[in-house]
Design a protein around this ligand. Sequence first.
Ligand code: FAD
Ligand code: NAI
Length: 331
Amino acid sequence: MKPRIAIIGTGLSGLSAASALHAAGHEVQLFDKSRGSGGRMSSKRSDFGDLDLGAQYFTARDPGFCRAVARWQEQGWVAPWTPRIYQSRQGRLSPSPDAQPRWVGTPRMSALTRGLLGELPARFACRICEIFRGAQHWQLLDADGNLHGPFSHVLVAVPAAQASALLSAAPALATRALNTPMEPVWAVALGFSDKLPTPLEACFVQDSALAWIARNSSKPGRTAALDSWVLHASSDWTRAHLELPAGDVLEHLAAAFAEVLGQPLPAHAEHLAQRWLYARPAAEQAFAALADPQLGLFACGDWCLAGRVEGAWLSGQQAAREILDSLRDPA
Ligand code: FAD
Ligand code: NAI
């Protein structure tokens, strides 16, 4: 059978691998349970514009990733974001400018994964529940009972907790994923009819329920009608309030936002809340990707390296290398 590679997950790690495998001339088929690509880099369409509720921006340090970002900038998929940065410590707000280049998808974060997806074949709203091997090939079973396959290779590119269940055919890989805990984050967006009277556009927060504040409308290409803000709770606060109703979370985090700004907030015109159960790996790892070349089963994701956009991309590149190696040197 000619190699046919299934990739579960159209977040950045899955698309990073898909692009590399496609460029090497191989047939890939992507699957995602969501209606669009992006995963934790997706953007939420709302009555008050597109909101980046997950990844806020990314930095590029690895030379290969820096080259990829330069290509994406040429394509118009990403642009630099140079917010007025503040920090809040022990209730004290102060400007905290730096020289770190930061990138965002434009006109919304998900533009990057949409660009990478291009014309690659993908099935959305398709949750894969089980991966199993017939005599020689892999089949995937989705939540509606449909079978997909046959595939020579399967790459699982989903968060660790979800990956461990899908990797049960390779117990060593499944255990590795199971032993990589991930932390949750509550995210809230608020839209105000009048611009809030503050120069702040981004803020790293400590000693608060909040960890991060961003003026979404300050990012390049955003055309929101409202002054829109995204607030991220700290993982500690989120863990302690995991089951709190979204309305209460909004109330708490809006109050923490007012406290950081040191001014009462006007009534917001719009709001949204989203709980990310698997926002980021609890610790950095160094295995880059998981591979069982004999079985033809692989895994990647930010959790194999670091909970950052760059980590996800690098992990996808490593998984693609492992798959290409296994094709050159079949077990
Ligand atoms: P994901 O993006 O999670 O992709 C996995 C995909 O798999 C998803 O699309 C999902 O729908 C799909 N999937 C899962 N299970 C199945 C299944 N059974 N069947 C089919 N499809 C499935 N990083 C930064 O660098 N800078 C930041 O500012 C930043 N802020 C963040 C803020 C938040 C709130 C969160 C949640 C993350 C943030 N990150 C940030 C981290 C960054 O978003 C991630 O590191 C990166 O997007 C992970 O990509 P991934 O491909 O590994 O996983
Ligand atoms: P970075 O270099 O901008 O930030 C790294 C960390 O350095 C920040 O978290 C912050 O604590 C500190 N920092 C950076 N610049 C600062 C400044 N001007 N003033 C005060 N503190 C500053 O970006 P990097 O390394 O690419 O990290 C990406 C970002 O993604 C981080 O902010 C990280 O916390 C965030 N992230 C958030 C997740 C979430 O679920 N909320 C998940 C994964 C990453």
